[in-house]
Design a protein around this ligand. Structure first.
Ligand code: ZN
Length: 142
């Protein structure tokens, strides 16, 4: 792995109360929903729309009242929830960020959508932005 790793924008996560209603705009724009998945560990149903440059938009519908996305919607209403950067060597990156005093939501990688391993940099350490770090499981995951 080269360091610093050339981060790629993987997707932008947008909180919606329902995929059906939240997806209407993207359908009107001509986007196709390519994937829907319940990520139970994160309490969200994820609807994925692929863009032409390999980046994606993910709509996040809460799976229940205790979902972090439900709390987000309650506090701030629908809108941009997080950005996601594609990385390699996630465990090592998390370690380095932690050493640098950056607050993480999860210290260790955990399962996200699309069979990826993920964690988040807490908005308190990222200028108010929730940053997801995601690694494809096939590459360098334990
Ligand atoms: Zn995401």
């Amino acid at each position: 792995m080269k360091w610093p790793f050339p981060y790629k924008l993987d997707h932008i996560g947008i909180a919606v109360s329902s995929l059906k209603d939240g997806g209407k705009l993207y359908q009107a724009l001509g986007f196709t929903q390519v994937h829907v998945e319940d990520v139970v560990g994160e309490g969200v149903k994820v609807g994925t729309y692929e863009l032409a440059n390999e980046a994606r938009i993910e709509l996040l519908e809460p799976l229940g009242e205790n979902s972090p996305v439900a709390k987000f919607l309650e506090k701030r209403g629908p809108g941009v929830h997080h950005i996601c950067l594609r990385v390699e060597g996630l465990a090592k990156i998390l370690q380095q960020l932690k050493t640098a005093g950056i607050r993480l939501v999860y210290d260790e990688p955990r399962p996200g959508a699309h069979g990826c391993m993920i964690s988040f940099i807490h908005p308190a350490s990222a200028g108010g932005v929730l940053i997801e770090l995601s690694e494809k499981k096939s590459k360098g995951a334990p």
